[in-house]
Design a protein around this ligand. Structure first.
Ligand SMILES: [Mg+2]
Length: 111
């Protein structure tokens, strides 16, 4: 993976060249593309299994990888626009909170 400084340099260049609003619009578009691929994946996985559908699933998996990368790139730009540190603090808080919830759930459902 390329270093964080290079990412930031490119993100700043994109924002300065095309504008933050366009980059945010792009983020919305990329999130919807990932949404679509995830819906397709779940629909295919629950349907009948045929060689043709298996090939389609492989294609969908490739698309999910690509769209996930697009979303992470765009979300990283949004994070930079609104404050990397502020977003990271909320992420840390939410990760700890959900970790506690899942641990409580696991503990409660132990037999
Ligand atoms: Mg895309």
């Amino acid at each position: 993976m390329l270093d964080k400084e290079y990412y930031h340099e490119v993100f700043d260049k994109l924002a300065n060249t095309w504008g933050k609003e366009n980059q945010m619009r792009m983020c919305i578009e990329e999130m919807s593309e990932l949404t679509k691929e995830l819906c397709k994946y779940m629909r295919h996985k629950t349907g009948e299994q045929t060689p043709e559908l298996d090939a389609e699933i492989e294609e969908i998996k490739k698309n999910i990888i690509e769209e996930t990368a697009d979303v992470l790139i765009c979300a990283s730009q949004v994070k930079r626009f609104f404050g990397d540190k502020a977003v990271e603090e909320v992420m840390d808080y939410k990760i700890k909170r959900v970790d506690k919830r899942v641990n409580d759930f696991i503990e409660k459902n132990k037999k």
